[in-house]
Write a protein that binds this ligand. Sequence first.
Ligand code: HEM
Length: 127
Amino acid sequence: MNVEPIVLALVIFHFLGLALIIGSFALQLRRKQGFEFGTMLIGAITQLVTGLALVGLLQVSGEEVNNAKIAVKLIFAIVVLVAVLVARSRQAKALSTGTSEKKAALPFLHLAGLAALINVFVAVLWH
Ligand code: HEM
């Protein structure tokens, strides 16, 4: 079976997931309250699903996959997902207790954006 079209489709969605994370991160960098995490969450899940599917398909089609690179990317992708979830729940708590949303959520928004950026560098520079 020719898996090439599926690989290409997955790569496109992999880039779209990346755009969702970094785009939403950049837009909210200077925000102090009312953070929106849904977009980053969808992006983080998209990266995990498309990334793992890509690895599977590349292996099935006999292409070499750099396991160390994939392991590093997997760890940083999980960091993105967990940081977004923590930021979302900390913001909800801050809203209910009337404390600073910025203090509660912004460090984790930064962590998620930074981990995604590191993954871009890993993806492109590590060959
Ligand atoms: C925030 C998370 C992630 C970001 C920002 C990201 C970014 C990228 C980028 C920019 C590329 C294109 C690289 C190129 O064409 O030179 C790429 C390709 C790829 N990514 Fe990811 N990625 C992420 C997560 C993952 C995960 C979790 C996996 C697998 C567990 C994965 C597996 C792959 C594979 C197999 C390719 C294509 C082949 C390769 O470059 O080795 N990615 N990724």
